[in-house]
Design a protein around this ligand. Structure first.
Ligand SMILES: Nc1ncnc2c1ncn2[C@@H]1O[C@H](COP(=O)(O)OP(=O)(O)OP(=O)(O)O)[C@@H](O)[C@H]1O
Ligand SMILES: [Mg+2]
Length: 335
């Protein structure tokens, strides 16, 4: 194959990736297209060689890497040339497994070849030990060949059993294949069945955890009863209540930290709040001044007060006690 000639032809072929669809192809070269997929389009170059033209370089690198891993195995097309966006390889003749199974039965011999294929995938280092039946070809001599291998390597997530192969076989042939596996490789069969059951279980759990649409609608409607911003009067009332609560909490914390008497603090706060509700905001200054005065006041039963814990009075109390002790010692010292 003349690589220079090939690259000249390739200048007249444009392949563009699409979202969730096969590539779009503009072909002004004399090469005939054999087929296309989501990653590239394949053209016949000679009697035995084709070229896969990719929409992006990463897919090309990936497929080339996977094909390189399998070059000695006889399972994949041989590579003849490579560029950043193309791979020239053997044309795979024969019939693909999808077409084949439309008229032919899945025999134990064919199942054995499929298991051997999966074993080769594993031994050459593919991460995904799986393939769609559409990309597996049966040669006239009965051997298998596999194309489109980019997705077998450089994967984030792999499945522990050939999920794609099994589902692509269809319900009937899947069962036939599994029966063959059970006869020929009982341990492998046991493992696959375990994963199949786990998968079924995850599907059931998903169903249980899936939020029902009706429930969502119902909850949305029901939760409107909790909303408070619609009704202006209610809104003001509730917002005032909330601010009052926060104010009270913060004020008590401040006062207790300064060793004030909790009951006296709360009474003053309530009084102050009442004055605010009556629009007497000018009391604010006086309240703050008085608050400071409170902080200097001594109290007697802080220890037993129920709000001591709630507002972190423990630490404050210890400090206060410490001061009291010091004060007593001072007094003794003086007398
Ligand atoms: N080596 C080959 N010999 C003969 N035909 C081939 C070869 N490689 C690919 N083809 C044909 O071209 C089609 C597209 O190739 P391929 O499946 O590799 O493309 P893809 O874009 O990677 O597909 P996918 O979207 O499934 O990843 C195949 O279905 C097949 O018909
Ligand atoms: Mg592909």
């Amino acid at each position: 194959m003349d690589t220079n000639q090939l690259e000249l032809w390739l200048q007249d072929i444009q392949v563009q990736n699409m979202v969730n669809a096969d590539v779009e192809v503009i072909n002004n070269s004399p090469l005939q297209m054999l087929g296309k997929g989501r990653q590239g389009a394949v053209f016949q170059v000679t009697e035995d060689i084709c070229v896969k033209v990719f929409g992006n370089e990463e897919d090309c690198e990936r497929e080339h890497y996977a094909l390189s891993l399998g070059q000695g195995s006889g399972l994949f097309p041989n590579i003849h040339a490579k560029g950043p966006l193309y791979i020239a390889m053997d044309i795979i003749h024969g019939v693909d497994l999808r077409e084949y199974l439309q008229s032919q039965p899945l025999t134990p011999e064919l199942s054995a070849k499929l298991i051997e294929m999966l074993v080769i995938f594993k031994t050459i280092g593919f991460e995904r030990i799986d393939h769609h039946k559409r990309q597996i070809f049966i040669q006239p001599d009965g051997t298998l060949k596999v194309i489109d291998v980019a997705r077998t390597v450089w994967r984030d997530r792999v499945y522990p059993y050939p999920r794609k192969l099994l589902t692509s076989l269809g319900e009937e042939n899947k069962d036939v294949f599994l029966t063959h596996v059970q006869e020929m490789a009982p341990e492998l069969y046991g493992e696959w069945m375990h994963y199949i059951r786990m998968e079924e279980l995850s599907r059931q759990i998903y169903q249980v955890l899936l939020p029902q649409k009706e429930d969502k609608v119902k909850l949305k409607k029901m939760s409107q009863q909790l909303a408070t911003t619609e009704d202006e009067e209610q809104y003001v009332l509730q917002l005032t209540g909330l601010v009052h609560k926060v104010f009270k909490e913060e004020w008590i914390k401040t006062m207790l930290a300064r060793g004030a008497d909790p009951d006296a603090v709360m009474t003053r706060i309530d009084e102050y709040w009442k004055s605010l509700e009556h629009g007497q905001y000018r009391h604010l200054d006086r309240f703050l001044i008085e608050g400071r005065r409170f902080a200097g006041e001594k109290h007697h039963d802080f220890d037993k007060h129920p709000i001591k814990k709630k507002y972190g009075g423990e630490k404050v109390h210890k400090e206060a006690k410490g001061n009291k002790k010091k004060h007593k010692e001072k007094k003794r010292h003086h007398s």
